[in-house]
Design a protein around this ligand. Sequence first.
Ligand SMILES: Cc1ncc(COP(=O)(O)O)c(C=O)c1O
Length: 382
Amino acid sequence: MTLEIETRCIHSLNHDEKQHPYGAFSIPIYQTAIFSHPGIGESQGYNYTRESNPTRAYLEEIISSLEGAVDTVACSSGMAAITIVSELFKSDDHIICGSDLYGGSTRLFKLQEKKGLHFSYVDTTNLDTIKQAITKQTKAIFIETPSNPTMQISDIQAISQLCKEYHLLLIVDNTFLSPYFQNPLKLGADIVVHSATKFLSGHNDVIAGTVSTHNEQLAQEIRNIAKTVGNTLAPIDCYLLTRGIKTLAIRQERQQENAIQLAKWLKKNPLVKDVYYPGLSDHPGYDIQVKQARGFGSMISFRVVDKEVAKRVLTHVKVITYAESLGGVESLITYPMVQTHSDVDEKTRNELGITDDFLRLSVGIENIKDLIQDLSEAFKNE
Ligand SMILES: Cc1ncc(COP(=O)(O)O)c(C=O)c1O
């Protein structure tokens, strides 16, 4: 039997929910560090929670099924997930990254440079540019699509073919779309990471990350790194994430519906110069987005006429909250230059257009009339 994605957000075919102790219907929170052994050399399936835990195993099964993975490791943040992946590489290895990445990822890669890894940042929307960056030391390509925050779309299938040709791993940070809209492993990627803090959780109440792969050998290496580094996700947070994922499909549909309307409204606003949303047919990545994803998501970036307008909007929204993060049911507005991307060097920020007139919106599930009214009053406020 195969299940559709909406059902797989709620049930795992590998797990009999009716077999929980006492008939408990929700996955129990196994809040224990250790598991007893019935005899010498015997285990009841679990030994120590850093390594594995039944609440975590259930969550990992659900995410593997959503991403089409053989295995997933749930860890303590999106950054923990990217740290696990970076431990796959050794000194002198070279990784090609998209030039537009979450600022925390580039900050982590700077730390990794101290240990002898090398990173190049290139425009991954252009295959020739990627090819030119490949050296004998190159081991992987790391991309976000859509990218945070300029919403660039890279062609996962085309890049994965290039990776096969040059024996490189393709790692995709799928945070901005979630597995509901996009499955990079099915398009040829080797590893998918998520900041599960965002759409997977959906309620801005848990920090979590995931690493998934469909390659058995990589899966073993990733498990070994996670249990050794020890940044796996706590049982209570695994429960919260499992609970959040149950409504992923309906949240994402509603968020996207609101985002499409807001993107069109922003386009008509005379105080807005540019709107970056891959669901607009004039977005340069629109055709690739339609080919590789089942939707456009609910992240919109936009450029206003000047920094005074940007500040006015940020300080006068009432329904929308000025905060970093994204993906939850509540709409948030972010100032990437001073928040999520403040650690990216100024030159790169200017090249990418992450300047003082650039804002990022994570659209929630509120009534669209309230979101439009809120933004329109914030724009007008002097
Ligand atoms: C695309 C992307 N990847 C990774 C991360 C890091 O995730 P976390 O904050 O859960 O560590 C973020 C955080 O905003 C993000 O936007």
